[in-house]
Unconditional design. Structure first.
Length: 66
């Protein structure tokens, strides 16, 4: 199991914990906090895995005429 799939599973578990707590009659705050923590942890680590683009100051390419 790669780290990316682990973070995706953490994201799904956290998302469903928060979603489940929204529709329950008696809300457990600790479960909601734990679910939000899982979502934030997984999103942070998934975003770290996205590679940076090259640093180009402008998106417009200029052709110099001689």
């Amino acid at each position: 199991m790669s780290f990316r799939s682990f973070y995706l599973i953490c994201f799904l578990i956290g998302f469903f914990l928060v979603l489940f707590q929204e529709f329950v009659f008696f809300v457990h705050v600790l479960i909601k906090i734990f679910g939000l923590s899982l979502v934030m942890f997984s999103l942070y680590n998934l975003a770290k895995g996205i590679e940076d683009h090259t640093k180009n100051e402008s998106f417009v390419e200029y052709d110099e005429e001689e």
